[in-house]
Design a protein around this ligand. Structure first.
Ligand code: MTE
Length: 355
């Protein structure tokens, strides 16, 4: 029986050392599995995060998305609109161009917190243990099988995956269903690029994600916390939405193991549990797929799980959240603040029923 996501939010996040002074991303102090590097990137000022030209590009992007339907935009069109430059991938660094879809000028959550306060139940059900023991997990070599209702099923290894599209850095808000949040610079490319490559058939309506199953490396999988492997899913239009990021890095580096190495998805307008880590399989289906948390407790964790301050978790309010590193709670934003991009997908739906 799963228990941990059921902790009251008030208890969450009190163990943080806060680095209010930080003017840089900080030193990558990774105690597990990957090399330590010094990051040279300066934390951008709010005015730099969305320079005017990029802001205009974003408006152009939004206009195009509204005009043609975001899901109908080709990968080329999206690339052209965002025009990120291609960068080489070397060692554990993962350089990428800052995307204009970095929609927030909010202070980044320090690297230390992003990588040491994790939900990765395959490793542990508490937040601090994953970073301590993640060295037992060996996410290379790696491949992702993409299959189901597609014309061109294929298995792509890590290098092939990373060459599919120019890497972008997207700064996204990350809101956990438990009531805490972070702001994280992720590195990846739109999942749509990958899905277009396999050519979904007309019958494909949903996308199912399956995380890795390696009980020998992932001690959490030796316990019946969830019905392993971890499973998540999106509707096809959600998966194709330009915000949905196939993610290989954060803070300019490859993903640390505890953050879902080597590849995960990031779906920023949904509660964090929809963003499956360490993905090995992506399957297109004609039916709503089984997802781990819904399977564990459908009453508390709906398939959609869009961030919604008006729909409370049965045991706590979702109206406010604690940003990691801050003392006072702040209001939670509808769709986590990404309504411009995503609200249209839910027109006519009752989001209280389809929570
Ligand atoms: N994916 C897998 N495979 N296993 C998990 O336990 N936890 C989810 C999600 N993806 C989880 C997962 C939850 S509850 C959250 S909030 C986010 O990952 C946490 O991501 P982070 O540790 O990078 O912040």
């Amino acid at each position: 029986m799963a228990t941990l996501l059921w902790r009251p939010s008030a208890k969450i996040g009190c163990n943080f050392s806060v680095d209010f002074q930080s003017k840089r991303y900080g030193r990558a102090r990774n105690k597990v599995g990957i090399n330590t590097v010094k990051l040279k990137i300066e934390e951008p000022k709010a005015s730099e995060i969305t320079p005017k030209t990029l802001y205009l590009d974003r408006r152009r992007f939004l206009a195009a998305a509204v005009g043609f339907g975001a899901a109908a935009l080709s990968a080329e069109k999206i690339s052209e609109l965002l025009s990120p430059s291609t960068q080489a991938f070397a060692g554990n660094k993962l350089p990428a161009a800052r995307s204009p879809i970095s929609t927030t000028g909010e202070k980044l959550t320090p690297y230390e917190d992003v990588t040491h306060y994790n939900n990765f139940y395959e490793l542990s059900t508490d937040k601090e243990t994953p970073s301590k023991i993640a060295g037992s997990f060996h996410p290379q070599p790696w491949a992702v099988q993409i299959d189901g209702l597609v014309n061109k099923p294929q298995k792509l290894d890590y290098d092939a995956l990373l060459k599919l599209a120019p890497l972008e850095e997207r700064v996204y808000r990350h809101r956990c269903v438990e009531g805490w949040s972070m702001v994280i610079p992720w590195t990846g490319f739109p999942l749509k690029v990958l899905l277009d490559r396999v050519e979904p058939t007309a019958k494909a309506k949903y996308v199912a994600f399956t995380s890795v199953s390696r009980p020998a490396e992932l001690p959490g999988q030796q316990r019946d916390v969830l019905n392993w492997p971890y499973k998540e899913g999106l509707r096809l239009d959600e998966a194709m939405n330009p915000l949905t990021l196939f993610t290989a890095g954060l803070y300019g580096e490859v993903l640390p193991n505890q953050n879902g190495a080597p590849v995960r998805v990031v779906v920023p307008w949904k509660y964090g549990f929809k963003s499956a880590k360490s993905i090995v399989r992506i399957t297109l289906t004609d039916h709503m797929p089984v997802t781990s948390w819904n399977e564990a407790n459908a009453h508390e964790y709906g398939f959609y799980s869009n961030v919604n301050p008006q729909v409370d978790h049965p045991r706590w309010s979702q109206a406010r959240e604690r940003r990691i590193g801050e003392i006072f709670k702040r209001d939670t934003l509808m769709f986590n603040g990404y309504g411009d991009f995503v609200a249209g997908m839910y027109k006519g739906m009752d989001l209280r029923r389809d929570f």
